[in-house]
Design a protein around this ligand. Structure first.
Ligand code: SME
Length: 143
């Protein structure tokens, strides 16, 4: 992913996680044209919508629910080649066909997730997961 050095430069010295999330969402959306790119932060027993790029989305997701809640519960990246085949998928927008959700982990706790939706099937693989996990480690700064 040729974008990684640019994101490293973009985030160099950034100490505010929301600012980092906002620029990463914009960079991923602009570069790859994904349908929706954004973050949810853990607040109590919910994921709450954070910086994103794309159409309006669900603002709260429960622990263990949908792809995002599953990535939070399992503490692992979830790749969904076809959202219609993921039990409990939360359809914020009918145009979404495949999805990847990457957790941001601090001190063994998930503090947020990165969610990317594509309007094509099978858009994400294990290589994407590795790079997105690296990007998520760069974002994991500040309060
Ligand atoms: N599809 C997600 C919900 C968030 S939206 O895609 C932006 C899920 O199942 O968790």
């Amino acid at each position: 992913m040729v974008l990684l050095p640019q994101i490293e430069a973009l985030l160099a010295g950034e100490t505010d996680m929301i600012a980092a999330m906002a620029n990463v969402a914009a960079a991923l959306k602009q570069t790859f044209g994904f349908f929706w790119v954004g973050f949810y932060r853990v607040k109590g027993d919910l994921l709450v919508l954070a910086p994103f790029q794309g159409p309006v989305a669900c603002s709260r997701i429960k622990y263990g629910k949908g792809v995002c809640g599953t990535a939070w519960k399992d503490g692992q990246t979830v790749i969904v080649p076809n959202v219609e085949e993921f039990p409990g998928h939360i359809a914020c927008n009918a145009a979404s066909k495949s999805e990847i959700v990457v957790p941001l982990i601090r001190d063994n706790n998930v503090i947020a997730v990165l969610d990317i939706d594509s309007d094509s099937l099978n858009s994400f693989n294990e290589v994407d997961a590795l790079y997105l996990e690296r990007i998520c480690r760069l974002i994991n700064v500040g309060d």
